[in-house]
Design a protein. Structure first.
Length: 448
């Protein structure tokens, strides 16, 4: 499909006067069959009411690449209030830029009004911080101004069922052909308007296997500290998109390369010169990518446990050297590192509590005597803690062996499990000798 698109682009010639590139139906590969029925319904209803309506952004981009988009966004010249009147059960969301969530059956289609140039707005419509970040951005415009306001050229493509053409104001189709991530306008200005765009550039590059264009990449390292101005809750959501979409390991490499990683996970970044910490980080991300490809469950609790563990382990060892026993040392280290991370990315309690339990079980997994192994295997976080133990062994932090024992224990029947624990007790010499049972020893009588 991409080769067909490239050939059609070569047939197209840029008009003499500046304006949109209108790519006719016969010159692109997008078909209505590949667009969700809900999105087509939204477009049709807007058009019947006299408004313009386009599929925009990642949906168009992915269709041109022959991929199957997970969702579709619609752009229109209708205001949020005008669009809301057309869709029962819809609601307007957002403060910085107001959008409409239109519910069609089980699907929710995001409907955005064409954005205008920020400088043309009144104070109640447009507000910008001293650093250039957009705090309020409800200035409406037309299709061309909306295209120029989007972040990257590959996301500024518009497909309409009114003629089935693609409208391209920024050269996005050409950049798809050349597999480039390019900002629209001055990169530094666009990053200052919304620093999260730096993370989006990396995410798209990793996901699509594109290259970040040189001018687009140039300001990343210098402007990376602007991420500190983003709310931790929003950065947590961005981290999930970055690391839990099936391309986490490649995304990490790019974030590290462009010096963005240590503004998201500073405790992890500070220890990446340690080969064990680096190996654990890569293995955790690789494991997550593979589970997503295999359509298995993944959770931020496990990934955060792995990313923060090197710092927790280092702090725990320091506390133990100061005389703190292992269990309280781990608890204090976990509290310190978690609190530090919360200043950068939020960690909701539904993930932070399981994360702490995974760490706590690392001290308990070696303790398998008696009924302990059976009780541990019944713990709700046992499987995650066991998988985490395997990563620690594979990274070189621990010598192999314990993970293999637990793997065999899980596969054994009840009698086999009992025999494994008996062997373990004999190997440890933990069977009590005669006369060594509990109770106070008698003192030998002495001659008076």
């Amino acid at each position: 499909m991409l080769n067909t698109l490239i050939r059609s682009i070569k047939r197209w010639r840029k008009p003499a006067n500046p304006g949109p590139r209108v790519i006719a139906r016969n010159d692109h590969n997008i078909s209505r069959r590949d667009i969700s029925r809900a999105a087509l319904t939204v477009m049709k209803r807007l058009q019947e009411a006299g408004f313009q309506a386009y599929i925009v952004g990642g949906g168009v981009r992915d269709l041109l690449l022959g991929k199957h988009p997970k969702d579709f966004d619609v752009a229109t010249d209708a205001t949020p209030e005008e669009a809301k009147a057309l869709f029962r059960g819809s609601r307007i969301v957002g403060r910085r830029f107001r959008i409409l969530h239109a519910r069609i059956g089980r699907e929710v289609i995001e409907v955005t009004t064409f954005r205008g140039h920020h400088k043309d707005g009144e104070e109640h419509e447009a507000l910008q911080s001293e650093q250039g970040m957009l705090l309020r951005d409800n200035v409406y415009g037309d299709l061309e101004s909306d295209a120029m306001r989007r972040d990257f050229t590959i996301n500024a493509l518009y497909y309409t069922t009114d003629g089935f053409a693609i409208h391209d104001y920024t050269g996005g189709v050409q950049d798809i052909k050349e597999r480039l991530i390019r900002t629209i306008g001055d990169p530094a200005t666009r990053y200052k308007e919304d620093p999260v765009r730096m993370l989006r550039a990396v995410r798209f590059a990793a996901k699509l296997e594109f290259k970040i264009e040189d001018k687009t990449a140039a300001p990343l390292a210098n402007l990376a500290p602007l991420l500190r101005n983003i709310a931790p809750a929003r950065l947590f959501d961005e981290v999930l998109k970055l690391l839990m979409s099936g391309h986490g390991e490649r995304t990490f490499e790019l974030l590290h390369h462009y010096q963005l990683w240590h503004h998201l996970f500073p405790n992890n970044a500070a220890l990446l010169e340690d080969p064990v910490a680096l190996a654990l980080t890569r293995l955790a991300l690789r494991n997550t990518d593979q589970r997503i490809r295999d359509d298995l469950r993944v959770t931020p609790a496990f990934l955060y446990a792995a990313l923060l563990w090197p710092a927790v382990k280092a702090e725990q060892q320091y506390l133990e050297e100061q005389g703190t026993p292992p269990v309280p040392a781990l608890a204090q280290a976990a509290q310190k590192v978690t609190s530090s991370q919360l200043a950068h990315t939020a960690i909701p309690k539904r993930f932070s509590i399981p994360m702490r339990e995974i760490w706590d079980l690392q001290l308990r997994l070696p303790q398998r005597n008696g009924n302990r192994a059976q009780r541990l295997s019944e713990h709700p976080r046992f499987r995650a803690a066991y998988d985490f133990l395997l990563l620690r062994e594979e990274s070189g932090e621990l010598a192999p062996g314990l993970g293999q024992w637990w793997a065999a224990f899980q596969q054994a029947d009840e009698e086999g499990r009992q025999e494994m624990t008996r062997k373990l007790q004999r190997g440890n010499g933990s069977r009590r000798r005669r006369g060594s049972r509990g109770g106070r020893r008698r003192r030998p009588r002495t001659a008076e």
